[in-house]
Design a protein around this ligand. Sequence first.
Ligand code: DGY
Length: 312
Amino acid sequence: MSNSKVVADGPLAAAVSQRLSGVELLDWSLTEAGTHPEVAALYTYGHPRVDGQILDRFPALQVISNYGVGVDHIDVAAAVQRGIVVGNTPGILNGATADMAFTLLMATGRRLVEGDRYARSPEFTVYDPGYMLGREIYGQTLGILGMGRIGEQIARRAAGFDMPIVYHNRTRNEEAEQRTGARYVDFEQLLGTADYVVVATPLTPQTTGLIGPRALGLMKSTACLINIARGAVVDTEALTEALASGAIYAAGLDVTDPEPLPRNHPLLQLPNVTIAPHLGSATEQTREAMAAMSVENLLRGLRSEPLLHTVG
Ligand code: DGY
């Protein structure tokens, strides 16, 4: 590795730092001004925007290694155009992220967070069989938007709950259908049929705002929306309105747009939304695997070797 100068965003987790001996880490503020021919790599730990303008500050850049699978914050085409390889960490986080989809689905349908708050509060003095009735989970129809690697893992989990599965995808995934019994339907049909709509699509120009006023209007008033993809796939203001008016029953969100939401955003006041701070892949085991894979991609890029996983 002739040049091991790497610009990384933010403080890195211990599992990443420990693997980076021999690499000189420089501050992300270098992306804001000047030209830095001494830098060979960018390591994106969070979701900082990386566009062509930033890349032009680093004329000797060989690799961008992303800690995570989603690369919607990186202009991959601009990188490829400049001969820079972009690595990410697919595969290893499918199980944890699908688990989070199911965690949110169950917490939302069964009002778990609301129940937890009540059970701790002074108001809980007597058990009442009439309070806090939720929605059934087993036997209900699951609608998966985006039948990729994570979508398929979500479908596998639904089998244990006897849930009929419908899905919609850019292209039909017949192999996943055979493995999971999921049925391909069009977008509108999915929204009108599913009791739980789970968003598992990547964020692209085509999926930005996909769940807006029209889509929310097509959902059943008893249905829950779960988003474990990217916040911007859902129109936040339209969702707030749909939840407040009862147009849909509830939402479970691992991601929001913006992320985080302004602390005074009306969505945060609603009782029928459960929000996690982007924890989809946040297990000790998965984050360890992501650290290993993203650092390996980085080191391979610095040595001009093929990465474990490349996008673009
Ligand atoms: C991913 O891997 O894309 C997660 O959302 C964390 O960035």
